[in-house]
Design a protein around this ligand. Structure first.
Ligand code: NAD
Ligand code: GLY
Length: 369
């Protein structure tokens, strides 16, 4: 594990698509943080109604010297707007302002803005440069890194998208100070997941520092963001397009996505679905004989201390498990209609496995309120 550094840069090695994740304080408004972006050309900052009043002017100020013009597009806020209709607003703006292939998109916000802006950048004129400026913990530790971009479909989460890497990721820890407590907890779900799948020493560190993280302690946040990005960079560096290994980053997501879609996007936060989903995936790992009950309990306890739900939602009162199974068959890891789960194959190690429907039903019945 690398030493704590309040201003650090985590490299993501992808050949000609390599870039750096900058992590530190006061970065968002620092022109030097955007040096990886070729100067000249137009810039479009894509953000939302919540983040724009907080940070759009600061970012625009930092970009003035780099770009011929800097414009800002403010989207509606929320997971339920991660749609074709909202994506089209970005294309409307780009075409309306006469954006060419040298126009750089800046995604300023959480994972919703980041995923949509990245997808727009992948599509507009078959690809224009983009930069991630994540302002939620979840986006800093996960969604801004690795080039997965997407929008939702009513039948499935993140189903329409592309792999498209940013030129740079700029994580300003100060931005996390304005984040509501519920959103900070949602981000902790994606931090916690790195423990069971890759690094139990980090998991133990999280057990010792979860209260400091929830109190927005800068030093603790810096370490959590840095270590999470290091693990993600290592996985993505080996398997950019999820031929195999990268699927482990979806620990808890198969159940979590079913909760998000089943409850209606935006009812449960993505991180909340992942929190409960990790407990369900750990219970499934136990039911498959891969981990003991003490491990499941240890994970459940940390998720609870992070302020996250540890029980799944009831998404269908008539046939709850059946509805989960139906939604989970739309998961991107599914093959030939068979669901594949990320399970823990011993603490710190994850694998992708099929599981009998009957066993999955038992886990769902055990885990849902
Ligand atoms: P989000 O983007 O909806 O942001 C959460 C809320 O916080 C929003 O209301 C937002 O406006 C607000 N916000 C953002 N920054 C703020 C700040 N600094 N201060 C105050 N409020 C702020 O949600 P999220 O949790 O960041 O991201 C979830 C999304 O990310 C989901 O759509 C999920 O599918 C996606 N995701 C993608 C990947 C990937 O690899 N691409 C990985 C994980 C999650
Ligand atoms: N968030 C999962 C991934 O990037 O692969």
């Amino acid at each position: 594990m690398s030493a704590f550094d309040p201003h650090c840069s985590v490299p993501i090695a992808l050949g000609e698509r390599s870039y750096a994740i900058r992590i530190g304080n006061r970065l968002l408004a620092d022109a030097a943080a955007y040096q990886a972006v070729p100067s000249g050309g137009q810039a479009l900052i894509v953000t939302n109604t919540t983040v724009a009043p907080l940070y759009a002017d600061k970012l625009a100020g930092a970009l003035q010297s780099r770009h011929a013009s800097v414009q800002t597009l403010v989207l509606p806020d929320g997971e339920k707007y991660k749609t074709w209709e909202t994506l089209n607003l970005i294309f409307d703006q780009l075409l309306g302002q006469g954006a060419d292939r040298k126009t750089t998109l800046y995604a300023l916000g959480g994972g919703v803005v980041g995923d949509m802006t990245g997808f727009a950048a992948a599509c507009y004129m078959r690809g224009v440069p983009f930069v991630q400026v994540p302002t939620t913990l979840l986006a800093q530790v996960d969604s801004s890194v690795g080039g997965k971009t997407a929008i939702n479909h009513p039948l499935g989460k993140n189903m329409i998208g592309a792999f498209y890497q940013p030129l740079a990721v700029v994580c300003d820890l100060d931005a996390l100070r304005t984040l509501p407590a519920r959103e900070l907890s949602a981000g902790l779900a994606e931090v916690i997941k790195y423990g069971p799948i890759a690094d139990m020493a980090f998991f133990a560190w999280l057990e010792a520092h979860v209260d400091a993280l929830r109190a927005c302690d800068t030093k603790a946040l810096a370490h959590a963001v840095q270590r999470s990005c290091e693990i993600k960079a290592e996985v993505v560096g080996q398997d950019e397009r999820e031929a195999g290994l990268r699927a482990i980053l979806n620990f808890g997501h198969t159940f979590g996505h079913a909760i998000e879609a089943g409850m209606g996007y935006g009812t449960w936060l993505h991180g909340e679905g992942v929190g409960a989903g990790m407990v369900m995936a750990a219970e499934l790992s136990h039911a498959l004989g891969l981990v003991d009950a003490a491990f499941v309990q240890r994970l459940r306890r940390l998720i609870e201390r992070a302020g996250l739900p540890t029980r799944g939602a009831v998404i269908d009162s008539a046939d709850n498990a059946g509805r989960y199974l139906q939604l989970m068959r739309v998961d991107k890891k599914a093959e030939g209609g068979e669901i594949r789960f990320v399970v823990i194959d011993g603490p710190g190690r994850a694998v992708v496995r099929r599981a009998p429907d009957e066993l999955v039903r038992q886990v769902i019945e055990k885990c849902c309120v």
